[in-house]
Design a protein around this ligand. Structure first.
Ligand code: ADP
Ligand code: MG
Length: 419
């Protein structure tokens, strides 16, 4: 048991039918029916292999795309082929989620065999809009079609989908009401790593918050400062521009226009309030960079009036790197500038190199932050790269994750109660 949730060490899986929820949601090329990336599939291979090795009949549940982000809404068939290659063992697949065909296939599984069901979001109660509009309780989720049809065929439920832990849906929170439940190895690693950062980080603990998802950055910053988790917050990207503006510092008219156009003007006031309370812990850039034919940089007092700041300046990047190199824990979400372009990547590149060099433990999350890590070939040098962007942000914003709550509930269901 860790953080109130059972681990895979606590069950005897031999001969048991295990429903295992994974997050293998990947961008899809619908034209060719192929996946554009497989990193999430690779991340849950250890759990699937362990269950199969221990003699479980492994039934994998997964979603692909969603009703709000329809372009990736697709079958899980290509995922089965990728899994088969990574696991080097057969992975069965069926174009059904919980109908009679799927149920027959589950009943026919032998010890160690693996079956991937089709996209769970093909079942209406799994829809994201359903989750938002109806808000089923976990007890109600246990009465949905998916859970009522599949739970009676299974002995145990395993969730390895930390990336979806902020979702309140039957495949994620319903089975824990009726089956003894466990977290998979990836879930364990990710959840326990971020819980450790929140509850007892080694100090100094530094948060590096940049990028452009302002609401998320502000919520995280507020939580980690209020709870005394962060000793220092380094700001970059659009987050930094908003803080500078809140302090009446010159950031260029282009930057202010961009903030207004993005509907982030209200955050200037919020930044002022946060800075008034925690100013001594929040570090702001002392110089900024913009592009006018090529990269240009200047200290705040010397910025031309009309520029749009797209990166932190070199002096700021160096001073952030220094703080990071002497930190014991560093959490990072969001790049320091528009790192996708060569002229405005220097801040991110310098800070990311410091993340790779620091002897402190680094935790990094967020799609673009991970892309930057890959771009600079630093993946192996980070302490931990979290696959669960949304879940991570919700957790660091101080919210209880629905799947964590459900798994704690499922940890109290004794194994002997089943069948
Ligand atoms: P993550 O995906 O790591 O959580 P975000 O999505 O919040 O990060 O932010 C990444 C995006 O922010 C990138 O596309 C980057 O170009 C953009 N960005 C960074 N700095 C700025 C800036 N100063 N102005 C506008 N956009 C920025
Ligand atoms: Mg992003």
């Amino acid at each position: 048991m860790r953080f109130g949730i059972r681990t895979l060490d606590e069950a005897d899986f031999r001969g048991k039918t295990v429903l295992c929820r994974v997050d293998i949601n990947q961008p899809v090329d619908r034209q060719t029916g192929t996946l554009k990336s497989i990193n999430r599939i690779a991340a849950c291979v250890p759990t699937i292999r362990e269950l199969s090795d221990k003699g479980a009949k492994v039934v994998l549940l997964a979603h692909q795309g969603s009703d709000i982000e329809y372009k990736n809404f697709y079958t899980t068939k290509p995922h089965a082929a990728v899994l088969e290659r990574l696991l080097e063992r057969q992975v069965q697949w069926i174009d059904d989620v919980c109908g009679p065909a799927a149920r027959e296939k589950i009943k026919a599984l032998k010890d160690g065999e693996i079956l991937l069901l089709d996209n769970v979001r093909f079942v209406s109660e799994e829809q994201t809009l359903f989750e938002k509009k109806l808000r089923l309780t976990h007890e109600q989720q246990a009465k949905t079609l998916l859970v009522e049809k599949l739970a009676p065929l299974a002995d145990l439920y395993v969730c390895d989908a930390f990336a979806a832990a902020h979702r309140d849906q039957p495949s994620l929170c319903g089975f824990e009401q009726v089956l003894p439940s466990y977290m998979g190895r990836l879930f364990e690693k990710e959840y326990c790593t971020v819980s450790q950062v929140m509850e007892a980080p080694e100090r100094p603990c530094v948060f590096v918050l940049g990028g452009a998802k302002i609401a998320d950055a502000f919520e995280m910053m507020n939580t980690v400062l209020e709870r005394g988790v962060a000793d220092r917050v380094l700001t970059g990207g659009l987050v930094a521009n908003i803080f500078l503006a809140s302090q009446g510092k010159p950031v260029g008219q282009g930057s202010l226009d961009f903030i207004a156009r993005s509907n982030y003007s209200e955050y200037i006031e919020k930044a002022a309030a946060l800075y008034a309370r925690f100013g001594e812990k929040i570090q702001l850039p002392t110089d900024l960079a913009w592009v006018e034919e090529h990269r240009q940089e200047a200290a705040l007092g010397e910025l031309p009036g009309d520029i749009t700041a797209l990166d932190i300046g070199s002096a700021t990047a160096e001073s952030y790197a220094e703080v990071i190199r002497s930190a014991k824990t560093v959490f990072v979400n969001g790049p320091m500038g528009v790192f996708e372009k060569a002229e405005t990547e220097k801040g991110t590149k310098t800070v990311w190199q410091a993340l790779a060099d620091t002897p402190g433990f680094t935790v990094l999350g967020g799609g673009d932050s991970i892309t930057a890590t890959e771009k600079y070939d630093l993946t192996e040098k980070m302490g931990y790269i979290c696959t669960g962007g949304g879940a991570l942000i919700r957790f660091l914003s101080g919210e209880e994750l629905p799947v964590v709550k459900a798994l704690r509930h499922g940890a109290n269901i004794p194994e002997s109660k089943v069948r």
